[in-house]
Write a protein that binds this ligand. Structure first.
Ligand code: DNO
Ligand code: MN
Length: 358
């Protein structure tokens, strides 16, 4: 495996490439072209410039997270053809620039959903948190009212007003899309892009839905072992692979994470490893990466990745906000750097034990 770090670009990130370069064992960054919107073609020049910027710091681009998918592709509307053509063009340009890993997700309307961006933990750190009861208390109509300026309307953190303005329209567009339709639209998309992925050896790595169940009545399919294996089979090409995100699959306590990893041997192209602390089912907060701070056995997760011969990029995922750092929630430097170091330590121990036959 290669230890990597997500970087939001010099324009948006509080963390610099120079800082990332000093985290022991981190050699690559996971980034994207942050000025683009879903559906746009990424030019080769823009990709090249980003690559040069990263390489000037002594790091390199290990993968893209994400090339986002336009909603027309997920909905399956007639204009999807144009957006798929654009996506293919982008993949081609990435391949020409020698970038071979693309993380994406297939979640309708929203990416991850959290109900709090700064829950205070007993040690004084703050973390992202999710409580189903807070989501259930949100009536969608109320959400839309709050955009119209009703100060009493409830709105979830992290949702930008510009995007929210389009949300009502999007909800309507998804009215006829159930899980089966979403699966079919994903299959259609993958079949169209596989030739270019094969030509340029681009590994597509789908990120799981977070939380791993339907929210606001929208369909969600990348949630458990059964569904992800179905997806691997429906387009049975090694370039159709997975981002294994422990914190996202782990939102559902029924998901046995090490077992899922073992069943995906050969198809995990990218790993996000982070820990969650549960209070009850569907009520959790993000924790430090260390096993003892949360609910997951991080050793078993890393061991499963080791055992399947995982050799792709791995990154710490959301971190806590600690030591007074001001940064994008989940994406500060300090706790993620601690996470990377811890995961590297686990890996070294597993590797040495294995080689010594312990
Ligand atoms: C959370 C993050 C996600 C991820 C996107 C990928 O676990 O890793 O926001 O970046 O879903 O498209
Ligand atoms: Mn993730």
């Amino acid at each position: 495996m290669e230890m990597t770090f997500r970087w939001y670009g010099s324009k948006f990130d509080t963390v610099t490439l120079e800082q990332i370069r000093q985290i022991p064992g981190v050699t690559g960054v996971i980034t994207t072209l942050y000025d683009t919107t879903p559906g746009e073609v990424w030019t080769r020049e823009a990709i090249h410039a980003l690559k040069e910027e990263v390489e000037a710091s002594g790091l390199h681009i290990s993968g893209i997270e994400s090339v986002n998918i336009h909603d027309a592709i997920k909905i399956g509307s007639p204009d999807r053809e144009q957006y798929i053509d654009n996506y293919i063009e982008t993949l081609k340009h990435l391949g020409e620039e020698d970038i071979h890993l693309v993380c994406y997700n297939f979640m309708p309307v929203f990416d991850w959903t959290r109900t709090e961006l700064a829950r205070v933990r007993p040690d004084g750190s703050t973390v992202l948190a999710y409580k189903q009861s807070a989501v259930d208390a949100l009536v969608p109509e109320k959400m839309f009212e709050s955009i119209a300026g009703d100060a009493n309307g409830a709105i979830l953190p992290g949702w930008e007003p510009e995007r929210m303005a389009k949300v009502k329209e999007l909800f309507d567009a998804y009215r006829d899309v159930d899980d089966e339709k979403l699966f079919a639209n994903l299959k259609y998309f993958l079949e169209r892009i596989m030739p270019v992925c094969n030509e340029y050896d681009i590994k597509m790595a789908i990120h799981p839905d977070d939380p791993a169940w339907s929210v606001f009545g929208l369909p969600r399919i990348i949630i458990n072992k059964e569904n992800i294996l179905r997806m691997m089979k429906m387009v049975d090409d090694p370039h159709n692979g997975v981002t294994f995100c422990s914190g996202s699959y782990g939102t559902n306590l029924e998901n046995d994470l090490p077992d899922m990893i073992r069943s995906l041997k050969g198809r995990i192209h990218f790993a996000h490893v982070r820990n969650l602390k549960f209070h009850s089912q569907q009520d959790f907060e993000e924790a430090a990466h260390l096993s003892s701070d949360g609910s997951f056995d991080m050793y078993e997760i890393m061991k499963a990745l080791y055992d399947i011969g995982f050799d792709g990029p791995i990154r710490p995922d959301h971190g806590r906000m600690i030591w007074g750092e001001k940064a994008m929630p989940g994406y500060g430097l300090y706790d993620r750097a601690l996470g990377a170091t811890y995961l590297n330590g686990l890996w070294e121990a597993i590797d040495k034990s294995h080689k010594r036959g312990i």
